[in-house]
Ligand binder design. Structure first.
Ligand code: C5P
Length: 414
């Protein structure tokens, strides 16, 4: 969900090859109607010309505190900003920001800004992993700056590893989250291993057909996006998804059927501090999976015989009860409900919570265009401590942050 109010956003651009991707970040915010000012470093202008940033933002661009001195730009731009996003944040820029330098307009603006600040790093793996950079990132995080984990993959040369700029859409979404709630990304999940299932399962009928569902995976991926930015070590076990995004710094495992998801979750549960079952798991699967494509034939459609899939969530809770996975593992379930003659959405959610035995249950109303595939979500958060918290309609990313707020105190930090 984009913030309807027009906000002032500073986009700082560091001097890395990924500087061209800052153009997509700028567009994300201008298209949402925000007032965007771009402050490149001098090195960034070696990669992308000032004219590009000026055309995209509709404002003049400068790198130094000595332009427009009468307007005291080096103080004013930072002071007036509602959000600062730095993309790409190079190792040098992180170092200058961490040591409080003010040797160009961008670093001076970082010192005067009192709004949320989001850094999206991009550099070679060795630079990202160097103790100097690690220390600088830790310093910035300690001061409340949000430093996204970089993406992994192909770097500028032939090498690949951690250090790619996160997807510009992901940077945009985390910035939107900070505009909605400046406190939404505390660095409070460092070291927590979180396994999240997301998306829908596909139960095969034959080599070309399956039984599936409408899950987009957006809520599960939103949880991954926010948990990774809050410092967690995140694995997403994903079925079919649509437009769910590409969170940086996570491990992504693909599955198709409920059986595959069950195997993967049971294996990963052994090493997890938190398990979140956000996937829409098919309750049933065809008994027979044909080796060859089922033909239309002349006798009309043959009935499909179904058998029951394992309830993965209930199985994980039971495994914890038997001591097969650590007792400290926090288990979170989802309940997509519609009201009916037997009760409303919350009534059904409460009944499911007592049946499943997990620590937290997120109850979402579904149907009539709600929850599936949308950018927004709403519902209730039920906890085993007996609390029931209403979750007002908001972006799936902000809802994810609320869920993680409830989850963080349950983590065993011993
Ligand atoms: O029973 P219901 O499908 O409504 O429960 C939803 C919750 O249970 C979700 O967290 C979903 O991921 C999980 N689930 C599961 N295994 C199933 C069905 C649902 O883990 N076979």
């Amino acid at each position: 969900m984009t913030t309807p109010v027009r906000k002032r956003i500073l986009v700082g651009v560091g001097g890395g090859i990924a500087a061209y991707k800052a153009c997509s970040v700028i567009r994300h915010y201008t298209e949402a109607g925000h007032d965007v000012r771009v402050i490149p470093t001098a090195a960034a202008l070696e990669f992308v010309g000032a004219a590009t940033f000026e055309a995209l933002s509709g404002h003049p661009v400068s790198t130094t505190v000595f332009d427009n001195v009468d307007e005291v730009a080096h103080v004013r731009l930072g002071q007036e900003a509602d959000l600062v996003v730095v993309a790409p944040a190079t190792a040098d820029l992180l170092a200058r920001a961490a040591s409080g330098r003010a040797d160009d307009l961008l670093t001076a603006s970082l010192l005067t800004a009192r709004c949320p600040v989001l850094f999206a790093p991009a550099m070679h793996t060795e630079m990202w992993e160097h103790p100097a950079t690690r220390d600088n990132v830790a310093t910035l995080r300690r001061r409340g700056v949000v430093v996204m984990p970089p993406d992994s993959g192909r770097l500028t040369g032939r090498d690949s590893g951690a250090g790619r700029l996160p997807d510009p859409t992901e940077i945009g979404l985390l910035g939107d989250l900070l505009l909605d709630d400046p406190e939404a990304l505390p660095f409070d999940l460092s070291g927590a291993r979180i396994v999240i299932s997301a998306g829908g399962t596909r139960e095969p009928l034959d080599p070309v057909r399956y039984l599936g569902n409408h899950s987009s995976g957006k809520q599960g991926f939103a949880l991954a996006r926010v948990a990774a930015a809050r410092g967690a070590d995140v694995t997403v076990v994903a079925g079919s998804t649509s437009g769910a995004g590409n969170p940086a710094g996570i491990e992504l495992v693909s599955i198709a059927s409920a059986t595959e998801l069950s195997d993967e979750m049971n294996k990963r549960a052994l090493e997890a501090d938190v398990i979140i079952m956000a996937a829409a798991v098919a309750d049933f699967r065809p008994v027979v999976v044909a080796d060859a494509k089922i033909k239309k034939g002349t006798a009309g459609p043959a009935p499909i015989e179904l058998e029951t899939n394992p309830d993965i969530l209930a199985g994980l809770v039971a495994a914890r009860g038997r001591g097969e996975i650590p007792a400290s593992t926090v288990i979170v379930g989802f309940a997509a409900e519609t009201g009916d003659d037997n009760g409303g959405v919350l009534d059904h959610g409460r009944a499911k919570f007592s049946r499943k035995g997990c620590d937290l249950l997120v109850v979402n109303p579904v149907g009539s265009g709600k929850a599936f595939g949308t950018e927004d979500n709403t519902g209730w958060l039920l906890s085993s401590a007996g609390t029931e918290t209403a979750l007002p309609l908001t972006s799936k990313t902000l809802l994810a942050s609320r869920i993680l707020d409830a989850l963080a105190p349950l983590l065993d930090r011993s």
